[in-house]
Design a protein around this ligand. Sequence first.
Ligand code: NAD
Ligand code: SAH
Length: 412
Amino acid sequence: MNLLRDAGLAEAGCQKIDWAASYMPVLNGLAAEFAETRPFAGLRVALSIHLEAKTARMALALGQGGADVAVTGCNPLSTQDDVAAGLASRGVAVYAWHGATPTEYEAHLSAALGFYPHLILDDGGDFTALLHGAQASLGQALIGGTEETTTGVHRLRARAAAGALRFPMLAVNDADCKHLFDNRYGTGQSTWAAILHATNVQVTGKTVVVAGYGWCGRGVALRAQGLGARVIVTEIDPVKAIEAAMDGFSVMTMEDAAPLGDFFITVTGCRDVITRRHMARMKDGAILSNAGHFDLEVSLPDLEALAAEVWPRREHITGYRMPDGRVLNLLAQGRLVNLASGNGHPAEIMDMSFSVQALALLHMARHGGDMPPGVYDIPPDIDRAVSQRKLAAMGLSIDRLTAEQEAYLNHY
Ligand code: NAD
Ligand code: SAH
């Protein structure tokens, strides 16, 4: 039995799924091949990932390949109830609803693991944590899985280094066809799409503070610049800080940036990036948001402790009135703004991320039985296959090395 908010929303959800699918040519091509070869026949696959239209397309592609698929979310605020209903109406087991409480959220994850999956797709490590803890018994058929995001891969590596990882996992985030496009251009566009939609205020001429200049931060800063903002970057890594400076951005500490920013966007994967000592110096009306993993980058306990009044200002925006009268505005409760108050990355981007995912799951299905527990890089032929197919879908051609050129490049 599915766990849905409202099965009656299926038609609207199917429209969203079909719209997204029409911009996902690589995944559609793989799905057509899977439908012929049925490489997942007999396998149960459980997915914990933002349950929206592009994810639904991927779940259906795995089903076309013969898998029995169960899907749950990876964030209580990113599930779209209409998409969940639409996916369920197309035969996938769905356990998720928008705004799940912590207890419901864990129950949904456990229900998906109750499928006794052979393969898992994790985004952020919640499945992995359960399979090493409260729900370890549900992993008895598990071959291995894949991890979608930077923080999830960090966690897996930490678990593996401690000798505590019990199955093989492929680091999808580290594939070129994933982080180069998804983390950078996907987060760049979708973070701004969500902020603009939620606030409906002008960015041009304002000051945007981006915390973290990794793959995501680069995209968020680049798009802020394109919107006409002055951009300040904060970092802890000296090399990344130099890169940001040479890309034309101001670099300073959060302490110095705090009184200057109109918008603050954290994308570090770290915690307590914006705390009370920064909040104390911010302008009246500053807009705070997070696009990194978890709701720990902007300190909610500090905001709550400082505030004389907390009230909902409009959908996705909470106001915190400071005792001196200044109001600080927090988007999406400090959770991933692009997914909690937006649709996440565009379909063309997820076309690549999820094609890598589909091929990585296939690799795990075929070879996982021979892979000892550990964190594995994506085989280079997967990046090559996805990039070649994407390039062809984009109608672009590139040159090929001649035999002489190849010999020249390889001579010593
Ligand atoms: P990354 O490792 O490439 O970049 C993170 C950067 O933050 C690094 O340069 C690091 O030096 C910097 N940093 C760390 N702590 C800091 C601090 N206290 N202050 C300032 N800078 C600090 O990682 P990434 O791929 O850019 O991912 C960043 C986060 O975003 C991760 O949690 C990841 O899981 C998440 N993510 C979100 C989305 C999305 O859709 N919103 C997409 C991909 C990744
Ligand atoms: N459970 C964590 C997950 C971090 S999400 C949390 O909620 O904090 C970051 C990942 O979301 C990225 O790696 C990206 O690949 C994925 N993502 C971004 N847009 C998406 C979309 N439209 N659909 C599904 N996943 C998406």
